[in-house]
Design a protein around this ligand. Structure first.
Ligand code: SF4
Ligand code: SF4
Length: 193
């Protein structure tokens, strides 16, 4: 499962419709759906600082021990900016926290898991003083939740998934990440001139 709008997986379809908080979309995920757990069997989940804080507290681990056991490093851009992804089980792409009954850390699951099947990204419009969050529906073949008869607004979905504290706590990190990526892109452009 990957919901970062900047990193769509090859077989995912990011619907080219930008949603605002009060726009509605059709989706429902529940335990009796035939695809239950499918999305957690092939994951590519980027972790934000508050995701790590919630999970390390759940296991009562130090940050170092949590990172060693449950994450892996990856470069966030072509310049080697370090990032962390959720670890998978040995020899598979299945999430380390997946059980037959579902997510074993559900109350503290990362924001990417909470957002799915939405993608979110921050954009700054021309002449605007701050960033604005935009949302997109991510459709993947295995996910049958898009055919369930429930329609909700993005605002309602975010509330139901408990996303407000995650987005609030991670806002500065996302801003910094975007700024570093933009700076790297500018330095690369200057270097090539
Ligand atoms: S943390 Fe939970 S919801 Fe997220 S991928 Fe792992 S098992 Fe699935
Ligand atoms: S409906 Fe989608 S998000 Fe829910 S279990 Fe199925 S694949 Fe995962």
């Amino acid at each position: 499962m990957s919901i970062d709008a900047n990193e769509p997986r090859p077989h995912s379809v990011l619907e080219p419709v930008q949603l605002s908080l009060d726009d509605a979309f059709q989706f429902r995920c529940h335990k009796d759906i035939p695809c239950f757990n499918q999305c957690c069997r092939n994951i590519d989940i980027m972790l934000a600082p508050y995701d790590i804080l919630r999970l390390k507290r759940r296991f009562d681990l130090s940050s170092r021990d949590f990172l060693d056991r449950y994450t892996r490093d990856y470069p966030m851009d072509g310049h080697g900016m370090p990032g962390l992804k959720l670890a998978t089980k040995d020899g598979s792409q299945e999430c380390v926290f997946l059980t037959d009954e579902g997510c074993s850390v559900y109350e503290d699951r990362p924001s990417a898991c909470r957002y799915y099947a939405l993608g979110m990204m921050a954009m700054r419009k021309k002449d605007s003083p701050g960033d604005e969050d935009s949302y997109f529906v991510v459709k993947e073949d295995h996910c049958l939740g898009h055919y369930e008869h429930r329609t909700q607004t993005v605002r309602e979905y975010r509330r139901d998934q408990g996303l407000e504290p995650y987005d609030e706590a991670n806002r500065e990190w996302r801003r910094m990440r975007a700024a570093v990526s933009a700076w790297n892109f500018c330095s690369y452009e200057r270097h090539c001139l």
